[in-house]
Design a protein around this ligand. Structure first.
Ligand SMILES: [Zn+2]
Length: 340
């Protein structure tokens, strides 16, 4: 979705700007010593995550206002409740690129709801209404299945919540916010003019949540957004807004991935320009430092190969990629439970 981001998102910023901004402050406080201690971490089950992707697609296209969208929401909510999370749905409104106002449903699942030290995890659960980047012009008005663009991030977070119930976090709390209408932004290649505020036509659910957070933003130490985290051979470069607003979080996540042998996914050496994804709005409106883990090919200057096409279906999803993301984040959270 983000891809949407991309488009939307994708406001690429000259590389020269990146270099100056990249060096994160080196603070090593007591981290090293504590992190050496082995931490018991629940197992991330990639088969389960894969099933969660497929299940979302089985309802149909998750386009706001449709029955498939409503059914998917009910299933996600019920699943998260069954894993012991405190779940609520935040209803709001957002203005589309065509000025139409739509109803939004952000699904919020809280673990350890009373904890004062919290981490925000986010993904978008809607899928894009039109495949405006499909190579076949005949298909550009068809919807995107959204297996990677949307469903993969939701699936990874759902599997993390499922896994964590066996060993609840002791000290920190987690809020999983699955935002709606990330990916309904201004169409491309369809002869429709870009609106004056095309960036704001993306991430409607995240914009609403950032203006109406369900708890004080000050409780969140940081946030992590997942977008397109399930395709084979995914590469996650360090993204510019993430480096700008939350450099320490980027460092933590990419270092953690490297320790686990996932540095072929989390590419420390590569940086992407700023992407207008949900994290952009959380950073700029709610002022919670938040990073984006997103599949982006720096050499080709593009998102994953089937981004916003009708081919973004279950065949693109690779359990190994889901595992690299989910495993890394579980390891991070259980380490934070001791050190944060
Ligand atoms: Zn997208």
């Amino acid at each position: 979705m983000l891809c949407a981001l991309f488009l939307s998102a994708v406001i690429l910023i000259p590389a020269c700007r990146q270099t100056e901004k990249e060096a994160p402050p080196k603070k090593t406080v007591k981290k090293t010593k504590v992190e050496e201690r082995p931490v018991s971490v629940p197992v991330f089950n990639a088969d389960s995550a894969f099933y969660f992707v497929g299940k979302q697609l089985s309802f149909g296209y998750r386009i706001p206002g449709t029955e498939a969208h409503a059914q998917t929401a009910r299933w996600i909510e019920a699943r998260l409740r069954s894993y012991g999370a405190k779940v609520k749905v935040q209803k709001g409104r957002g203005r589309m690129y065509n000025d139409k106002v739509i109803e939004l449903h952000n699904i919020i699942a809280s673990l350890n709801p009373g904890a004062r030290k919290r981490i925000l995890l986010m993904a978008h659960w809607d899928s894009r209404r039109f495949a405006d980047h499909d190579p076949d012009p005949q298909k550009r008005k068809k919807p995107v299945p959204g297996a990677n663009d949307g469903a993969s991030g939701v699936a990874v977070l759902m599997e993390m919540v499922r896994a964590m119930q066996s060993q609840p976090l002791q000290h920190i709390g987690i809020d999983v916010v699955l935002v709606d209408a990330e990916d309904q932004g201004t169409p491309d290649n369809m002869g429709i003019a870009y609106g004056p505020n095309s960036a704001e036509s993306w991430g409607l659910g995240a914009q609403y949540w950032s203006r109406n957070p369900h708890r004080s933003p000050g409780l969140f130490r940081y946030g992590i957004l997942l977008d397109m985290v399930g395709a084979a051979g995914a590469t996650f470069p360090r993204e510019l807004y993430s480096l700008e607003y939350a450099p320490q979080v980027v460092e933590k996540v990419w270092n953690r991935a490297a320790k686990l042998g996932f540095d072929n996914y989390f590419i420390m050496e590569k940086t992407a320009g700023g992407i207008t994804d949900d994290h952009y709005f959380v950073n700029t409106i709610a002022h919670i430092p938040m990073i984006d883990i997103i599949h982006y090919d720096v050499l080709k200057n593009s998102f994953f190969p089937y981004w916003h096409t009708t081919s973004d279906d279950l065949t693109q999803i690779d359990r190994s990629t889901l595992n690299a993301t989910g495993h890394t984040l579980l390891e991070l959270l259980y380490s934070e439970d001791i050190t944060l």
